[in-house]
Design a binder for this molecule. Structure first.
Ligand SMILES: O=C(O)CCC(=O)C(=O)O
Length: 306
C-alpha cells in the first residue's frame, strides 16, 4: 500500500535523525525536510538511459598533441550514432532544477554538475547521459597529469552544455582558476573554429577547427595564458593560424550548421557539501547569481525545459 505524504516525510525525518546522530540541535531547526525529501524522490525517479556509448579503447593523449602550448585534439572521439544518441538525451524534456536551460545573449546553456564559485562548487546530481560520458572519458585513460602541471588526473565534475544557433560564437575569455587548468570540449552538430589569443582583441595566435564528434583538450599555456573564443559567423575561413589543417588549405571555407552543441568538461577542485536549510538555499541563490554574472555574456532569462 502506498505511503501517504506525511508518513513518508516522517520516515525520512527519522532516518535523517538516526543517520546524522543529531549533530547540532540548533542547526536542526532550520533543516528543510521537504527539500531533502524532494531530492530523494527525484533520485529514486531517475529515468533509465539506455547505453549511449560503445566500449571505448584506452588512448594515449600524447598521440593527439597538436601544439606544445598544451593543445590536444581527438577527431571522431565519438561515433555518429553516439553523437545522435547523446543529442537525443540532451533534448529530452526535463523538469529537474539542475537540468534547466539558461538563455544568454548569444547562446543557451545548461550548467551540469554544480555551480562554480570562489568559495567552492555547490555540486548537484548530473544527468545520466553525462555520467555515461564521464565513464567514457575515464575508460579512455586520458592521462592529463602526464602532459601538464597537475598532480592527479582531474575528476571531471562540472559540465557546461552550450547550444549556439545561427552561427553564433562565444566571446574571448579565459576559463579561470575556479577549475583545474584543463578544459575538454566535445563538439557536436556543426564544425567551428576556436581561436586562441593573448588578449581578447589581439590577433589570433593559433586556432583549431573543431569537427563534429571531436574532443578538444587544452591545458598549460593554452589554458592559462591564452583567451579562447569563437567568432559569430555562418562559416569559418582557414588561415595560417590553424594548427589542424590536415587536408585543408589556407583560404578554405567551412560552413557551420544552424545549430552547434558543445559540452565543456572541467574539474572544480573544491566542492562544498550540500546542505538542506533555508540559509543554504539563500547561499545557493547568491552563488548562482554570482556565477551567472561571471560568465561571458549577460544572462537574459532563465527557462525551464518544456
Ligand atoms: O562552445 C565551445 O566550443 C566553447 C565553450 C567555451 O569556451 C566555454 O564553455 O568556456
Amino acid at each position: 500500500m502506498p505511503k501517504d505524504k506525511h508518513s513518508e516525510s516522517d520516515d525520512f525525518r527519522y532516518k535523517f535523525l538516526c543517520n546524522t546522530h543529531v549533530r547540532s540541535s540548533t542547526r536542526m531547526t532550520s533543516i528543510d525536510f521537504s527539500a531533502m525529501l524532494r531530492e530523494e524522490r527525484l533520485k529514486s525517479r531517475v529515468k533509465k538511459v539506455r547505453p549511449i556509448f560503445d566500449q571505448h579503447p584506452p588512448l594515449r593523449l600524447s598521440d593527439f598533441k597538436l601544439d606544445p602550448r598544451g593543445v590536444y585534439y581527438i577527431e571522431n572521439f565519438i561515433s555518429i550514432k553516439e553523437e545522435q544518441s547523446l543529442l537525443d538525451e540532451i533534448y529530452k524534456p526535463s523538469t529537474k532544477d539542475e537540468d534547466k536551460w539558461v538563455t544568454l545573449t548569444k547562446r543557451r546553456l545548461k550548467n551540469l554538475g554544480g555551480t562554480p564559485h570562489p568559495d567552492g562548487m555547490l555540486s548537484c546530481d548530473m544527468p545520466e547521459y553525462i555520467k555515461q560520458l564521464l565513464k567514457v572519458l575515464s575508460n579512455a585513460h586520458l592521462e592529463v597529469k602526464d602532459v601538464c602541471d597537475i598532480h592527479d588526473n582531474p575528476s571531471y565534475n562540472q559540465i557546461l552544455l552550450n547550444e549556439y544557433i545561427d552561427g553564433r560564437g562565444i566571446s574571448f575569455h579565459k576559463d579561470g582558476d575556479l577549475y583545474l587548468p584543463v578544459a575538454l570540449i566535445l563538439n557536436m552538430s556543426s564544425p567551428a573554429l576556436i581561436e586562441f589569443r593573448k588578449t581578447p582583441t589581439s590577433t589570433t595566435e593559433f586556432s583549431v577547427l573543431m569537427k563534429p564528434k571531436s574532443l578538444l583538450i587544452f591545458t598549460d599555456d593554452a589554458y592559462n595564458k591564452y583567451y579562447h573564443g569563437i567568432k559569430d559567423s555562418d562559416f569559418d575561413v582557414v588561415d595560417e593560424s590553424c594548427i589542424n589543417m590536415n587536408a585543408l588549405a589556407v583560404g578554405d571555407t567551412i560552413k557551420r550548421n544552424n545549430k552547434r552543441v558543445s559540452l565543456t568538461i572541467r574539474s572544480c577542485p573544491k566542492v562544498l557539501e550540500r546542505k538542506f536549510s533555508q540559509h543554504h538555499k539563500e547561499e545557493e541563490a547568491r552563488m548562482r547569481s554570482w556565477w551567472l554574472s561571471s560568465i561571458s555574456e549577460k544572462a537574459s532569462k532563465s527557462t525551464e525545459e518544456a
